[in-house]
Design a protein around this ligand. Sequence first.
Ligand code: FEO
Length: 170
Amino acid sequence: MKKTVATLLNQQVNKELYSAYLYLEFNNMLADMGLAGFAHWLRIQVMEERDHAMLFYDYLHHNNQKVELEAIEQPKTEAKTVMQILQASLEHEEFITDSIHNIYEAALKEKDYRTKGFLDWFVKEQGEEENNFHTLIDKVKILGEDTKGLYVLDRELATRVYVAPSLTIT
Ligand code: FEO
């Protein structure tokens, strides 16, 4: 594996762990607002981000690359309301999508078709991640940010079930 690709994959481990940390902070804020369903939904998102980080980690090891574990930044957010939390989450996912596309381009440039194949799953996954937050934003818009609207949605979000990633490193 070329150094440029390995470095970007290594940085992605940290970005995915930061994503988990950011969503843990949102879980924290939503639990504090008494929105247990929203908090639960974000808690599952934390688990998914941890899975993503471990997939990059395992992929690097599988390619005989030692991972450089770096400090995870403290989550910083200006978000205060439910809508602001969801919009900040969507913006973060768009940032992660760009980051993955950037590795994809580097892999193609280096003719690293194995990494390209590995990243194909993440390209699709990012479409789902962005769509999840878009859908939630739309639902909050429809039901409203008042207590009744949030209560109805909160009950629905409490039913989200964790699903392990379909990708495995072999
Ligand atoms: Fe791991 Fe939400 O992207």
